[in-house]
Design a protein around this ligand. Structure first.
Ligand code: NAD
Length: 279
């Protein structure tokens, strides 16, 4: 029988565990969230993060700006870096046009980089040193582990090579001793590559692109994609209904990877505080 990898439930368990842990800390962890511009989707994501943080006992401060210059944003990040009461800093992406995302992300103190996007932290992932790990791939790995603990020797195909999902995901699976193929828009014969994979992670942004005949019997399928269809419904990058019976385990969309991304942000905030204060 196929296992439904219920990210909603797993995220609930992660949040409950964090909530207990936070009660044992000398003070509440503190997260600063910066929201620049007026993208409605970003505003919803930030509200969800704020609510989730509050519920586990993390204090969050949201800095909202309709418009802000690069210099002003860098000045704010500098002051949050220096503020000893701030454990984590998150800049909601995408930033409005005119702001240099790379420069902004690199300005965040790597010790407070709860999104794990700072080059130093991405580099530490490469050399397998402890560091904040990007929330979405970190959550995906926990979901994969619900299906199977030991991934040694499995073949994995990660579709998508973004810095925030695909690349760190491939690296995490490599660390788990998988043989990893990083596929992307220029990959030849992607269906054939996927057919050989024990694990498929789809992070593409194309509704239902991964078809049932791409999936090997017994594979684990993780769907990162969030796509809105014309009728307003959300769907992933995987044709869920068609693939369900072919695989051993699969994430739904919604209630799959999405809730885990937020839970991992909370976990990264607590871990950042513990590392900073050597707890
Ligand atoms: P991105 O646009 O930065 O990257 C997409 C990747 O897909 C690229 O590397 C590209 O090479 C690859 N790609 C595009 N077309 C392809 C094709 N035809 N064949 C093979 N590869 C192809 O996107 P991203 O930020 O990595 O996000 C990917 C998806 O995941 C989006 O739908 C996004 O909304 C979603 N997402 C979800 C979460 C979550 O928490 N669930 C978090 C981040 C992103």
């Amino acid at each position: 029988m196929t296992l439904l990898l219920n990210g909603f439930e797993l995220a609930k368990q992660c949040r409950a565990a964090l909530s207990e842990k936070i009660k044992t800390l000398p003070r509440a962890p503190r997260l600063a969230v910066i929201l620049a511009g007026s993208d409605p989707a970003s505003a919803v994501y930030v509200r969800n993060k704020e609510k989730a943080a509050r519920e586990v006992g993390i204090e969050s401060a949201v800095y909202r700006f309709e418009s802000i210059t690069q210099k002003e944003l860098l000045t704010l990040i500098d002051s949050l870096n220096k503020n000893t009461d701030t454990d984590g800093i998150l800049v909601q992406l995408p930033l409005p046009e005119g702001l240099d995302e790379k420069e902004i992300l690199q300005a965040i103190d790597p010790a407070k980089d709860v999104d794990g996007f700072h080059p130093l932290n991405l580099g530490k992932l490469m050399i397998e040193e402890p560091a904040p790990i990007a929330c979405t791939p970190k959550g995906c790995l926990k979901l994969i582990h619900l299906a199977r603990q030991n991934l040694t020797g499995l073949s994995a195909v990660v579709i998508g090579r973004s810095v925030i999902v695909g690349k760190p995901m491939a690296q995490l699976l490599l660390k788990e001793n998988c043989t990893v193929t990083a596929a992307h828009s220029k990959t030849k014969d992607l269906p054939e590559l996927c057919r050989k994979a024990d694990i498929v992670v789809a992070a593409i942004g194309k509704p239902k692109m991964v078809k049932a005949d791409w999936i090997k019997d017994g594979a684990i399928v993780i769907d990162v994609g969030i796509n809105r269809l014309k009728d307003g419904k959300l769907c992933g990058d995987v044709d869920f209904e068609a693939c369900f019976n072919k695989c051993d385990a699969i994430t739904p969309v919604p209630k799959g990877v999405g809730p885990m991304t937020i839970a991992m942000l909370l976990e990264n905030t607590v871990e950042a505080m513990e590392r900073r204060l050597s707890l």
